[in-house]
Design a protein around this ligand. Structure first.
Ligand SMILES: C[S@@+](CC[C@H](N)C(=O)[O-])C[C@H]1O[C@@H](n2cnc3c(N)ncnc32)[C@H](O)[C@@H]1O
Length: 304
């Protein structure tokens, strides 16, 4: 089915990017990708097993445990290796925020909006099951898939909490991931429903919540702590404007994000009569047409 773009959407995106390229990327089928769960198996062993079953895997160019599933056989989520937690079916761009957070062994980490756990399980693997990750989400029905994924992937360093993110208090974390609830406009190729429900009022409401969540997340960081803010939205109100709000209201600093072999685009520095701090250039804006992945926005924030 072809995506039906609303007039307001086309007008908005024409101003920000090459509309033709963007539209084309939204109509292409997204490449399927998996992240190998090193808590359970080595990449070499799993690749061998899957190739013996006729799957063709190619390296995600910017993540050593990430692989695209190419060729005829795509039904990878039904394999026993999936049930055993040897891999997680995860969109390639979604592997970036934990990579940028760079959790280290024995750290105390908050994953503020964690369900269904693709990034929590990735953080747990990067920490080799040490330290503590508080995996929080506020939707009760999303905790079940989160817990199933944590068990399946053998993550023993995770504590699950249910709370609205802005109500978390009296804690100080080394690092925080805020993979914020968003409109998902970076993932139109994955779900056309994003376009059906799209409207600018909804974007404004989401931005209010995102600003509230990022201020709380920042307040929960230890000095020298790191906060990564990410969305799979490419709406400036949900991305650059949220970071601009944080910079205006706190002493937060941004750090440049560079990822080898990943194409990214200039962040938006001016949108609908608002001019954002030039510091925001340090953030990562990935359009779906840049790498044939989902669109993503990632900011790396440091507390002085
Ligand atoms: C983009 S999804 C997170 C995806 C997850 N990080 C992953 O990689 O699998 C956003 C999540 O935020 C949760 N959420 C929405 N509003 C929230 C709030 N105020 N506080 C905490 N979580 C919230 C939603 O239930 C949803 O699970």
């Amino acid at each position: 089915m072809q995506p039906q773009f609303k007039k307001e959407f086309i007008e908005r995106y024409r101003k920000m990017t090459d509309w033709k390229e963007f539209r084309e990327a939204c109509t292409k089928r997204l490449k399927r990708s998996i992240r190998i769960n090193t808590l359970k198996i080595s990449p070499e062993k799993l690749i061998k097993r899957l190739e013996e079953k006729g799957y063709k895997l190619t390296q995600v160019q910017f993540y050593k445990e990430g692989f695209y599933v190419e060729g005829e056989k795509m039904d990878i989520g039904n394999l026993p290796e999936h049930t055993l937690g040897y891999f997680y079916v995860q969109e390639a761009a979604s592997m970036i925020p934990p990579l940028i957070l760079g959790p280290e062994k024995n750290e105390f980490i908050l994953d503020m909006a964690a369900a269904p756990g693709s990034k929590t399980t990735q953080l747990s693997a990067l920490m080799e099951n040490t330290g503590i990750i508080v995996a929080n989400d506020y939707k009760y029905q999303r905790l079940k898939p989160l817990e199933i994924n944590l068990q399946r992937c053998g993550c023993k360093n995770v504590l699950v909490t249910i709370s609205k993110g802005h109500k978390i208090k009296n804690m100080q974390f080394d690092k925080i991931l805020l993979d914020a609830p968003c409109s998902g406009t970076g993932g139109i190729a994955k779900s056309l429903r994003t376009l059906e429900i799209y409207n600018t009022d909804m974007i404004k409401k989401l931005a209010i919540e995102q600003k509230r969540l990022i201020l709380t997340a920042y307040s929960l960081l230890k000095p020298k702590g790191i906060l990564v803010y990410s969305t799979c939205s490419i709406e400036p109100h949900e991305d650059e404007a949220v970071i601009n709000h944080l910079l205006k209201n706190t002493d937060a600093k941004l750090e440049n994000i560079e990822i080898k072999n990943l194409k990214s685009s200039e962040p938006v520095l001016e949108f609908e009569n608002e001019i954002y701090s030039s510091e925001i250039k340090k953030c990562l804006r990935i359009w779906p047409q840049d790498n044939n992945t989902e669109g993503f926005f990632v900011a790396k924030i440091i507390k002085p």
